[in-house]
Design a protein around this ligand. Sequence first.
Ligand code: NCD
Ligand code: ZN
Ligand code: ZN
Ligand code: ZN
Length: 355
Amino acid sequence: MPVLSLPGIVDAHVHLREPGATHKEDAYSGTISALAGGVIALLDMPNTTPPTVDGVALRLKRSLFEAKAVSDYGLFLGYVGGSLEPLTQLAGEVVGLKLYLDATYGDLVLSDPRTLARVFEAWPGPGPIAVHAEGRSIGTALDLARRYDRRLHVCHVPHPDDLLRIDAARQRGARVTCEVTPHHLFLAAEDAARLGAYGVMKPPLVPQAEVQRFWERLDLVDLIASDHAPHTRAEKESAAPPPGVPGLETTLPLLLWAVDQGRLSLERLIELTYHNPLRVYGLAPPPDSGIEVSMAEPYRLPETGYRTRCGWSPFAGHSALGRVTRVRLRGRTAWEEGALRVAPGYGQPLERAGG
Ligand code: NCD
Ligand code: ZN
Ligand code: ZN
Ligand code: ZN
């Protein structure tokens, strides 16, 4: 069977729910899910409980990852209001600042324009300001990035028209990068009825015609990130299902299938899932690492058998290609033939590039 060697995926948008909601996922189950999907490193979002918005919460999360992670990782800082001091004090210890300009899962929404301006002004870098922004908020973020000359990263771009707005801001000199998720590339609003709550996420799925436009303007996209956002089946089947879908284990087989279909090149896949995430966040790749993928015939993604604690996938039944057979991480086989080969805590924080 042909075996494909790849550098592995660096997934720049992941929610591991550690601490505070470990019944959905934790730093152990989540990084196992990562390795199973060929993800050698991931960046964890701050909308946990407590939210990662100060030194105490950051140290708590870091100690849990140090003890439990089996893939490499970086941590985001968030901001909810109050003192701006954590931003300047902790900027050097995190991969970036994540701001939520619109409501989503968690309570980190920050929509007051004056507070937002103060936060953009205060953020020293070196990591970018990453935003959850939909509709008009994208314009707000682009304006602030230009006014304060801050590096901006637009997470899970909601609509192909937004790619054009981001591109226009770039032409005017804004330093802005962006990401698209696999669910916005491989699922459409037409799938929503079939998926029910399992197809509910923020930003929502777009109609098939718009999905097509995402693919046509993939040249404007810097990176593809899963926005792995696990919730249990019980939560999804409740009266008020939370938004979010898991994705660590499905990004690679979906994209390899798309390569097989002639929708993008293998080189471009590697740019979007490895080189560019590292470049956008200014991170060094884990040395002596890579993955092996067994490439037989296309297959359909299964209903069950995932390593993520939530145990389901919105992509079940979707065409896919390639199975991760081995993950090498910093000189050791971390994952092989479906089995974990390293102990909890083997995962390390990503280091800054050239530092
Ligand atoms: C995410 C979550 O569950 O944490 N949900 C989602 O629908 N994308 C939050 C987010 O990324 O907005
Ligand atoms: Zn979001
Ligand atoms: Zn997210
Ligand atoms: Zn490159």
